[in-house]
Design a protein around this ligand. Structure first.
Ligand code: CTP
Ligand code: CA
Length: 224
């Protein structure tokens, strides 16, 4: 019997995708988080699967659901958990796309009991989380590595630095300046920058179309 998926452009490729925010515990009932919806990463996962890829989707806390035979969903909470799951799969994947909004800092100590309000000047000491994408960049062999960047100033320069620091093949720079772009919106205005520093600004479009553009970059990479 003929496999109708055998002609899909990403058939035989394994893609690791991170999505959503991370939650960093303060005590058993509180956390530090961010407003990432996870939509970008989930859209990329769905379109990758539609193109025949086998997807491992590592998602921080989000209400989004996905059901597809080619998508293996691993739900995590913290940056450390996301780091661990990514490293579990990295060696066996062909492509990694880091769309998650990973917390940069976490509470240094997590209280075992709910913190009471009796302290007049309560201070939470923070420490850096591990940079998941940079750690994958260090391990990289043949994997095609895609990162995102969110900048509010010197966007292009900062994004280029991230390509170098994290050993990326491509970065998707998110512009917050334009109306309707970024967190909580269904649209995104992005600029692609590759490791040769070729800059390609895209039009404002739906996150689904941005996801399709990213998948097209991967297909082009393997066609070339
Ligand atoms: N990233 C990651 N692990 C982290 C922080 C970021 O994997 N601990 C990834 C994001 O998923 C994204 C890329 O790194 O693909 C860039 O994230 P961004 O927040 O723009 O950059 P940072 O390196 O965290 O630097 P800064 O926030 O200071 O600009
Ligand atoms: Ca960051």
């Amino acid at each position: 019997e003929k496999d109708i998926t055998s002609k899909l452009p990403l058939k035989g490729k394994k893609i690791l995708i991170t999505a959503g925010p991370t939650y960093e515990a303060i005590d058993p009932v509180r956390f530090i988080g961010n407003h990432s919806s996870g939509k970008m990463g989930f859209d990329i996962a769905r379109i990758a699967a539609h193109n025949g890829a086998e997807v491992i989707l590592v998602a921080g806390p989000t209400h989004l659901k996905v059901e597809h035979p080619f998508i293996h969903l691993r739900r995590v909470q913290s940056a450390q958990e996301m780091y661990d799951v990514c490293h579990e799969y990295f060696e066996e994947v062909n492509v990694t796309i880091a769309a998650a909004a990973v917390a940069d800092y976490r509470p240094k100590n997590v209280a075992l009991q709910k913190i009471k309000k009796n302290d007049p000047t309560f201070i939470i000491e923070l420490e850096k989380t591990k940079d998941i994408l940079a750690s994958l960049g260090e391990k990289k062999k043949n994997q095609f590595l895609i990162g995102f960047a969110l900048e509010t100033e010197n966007e292009i320069e900062h994004a280029k630095l991230k390509i170098q620091k994290k050993n990326l093949d491509l970065i998707v720079l998110n512009s917050l300046n334009d109306k309707g772009a970024g967190f909580g919106h269904d649209t995104n205005k992005v600029t692609f920058i590759d490791k040769q520093f070729i800059v390609e600004p895209m039009n404002l479009k739906s996150k689904e179309s941005v996801a399709q553009d990213i998948i097209n970059k991967i297909i082009q990479h393997y066609d070339a």
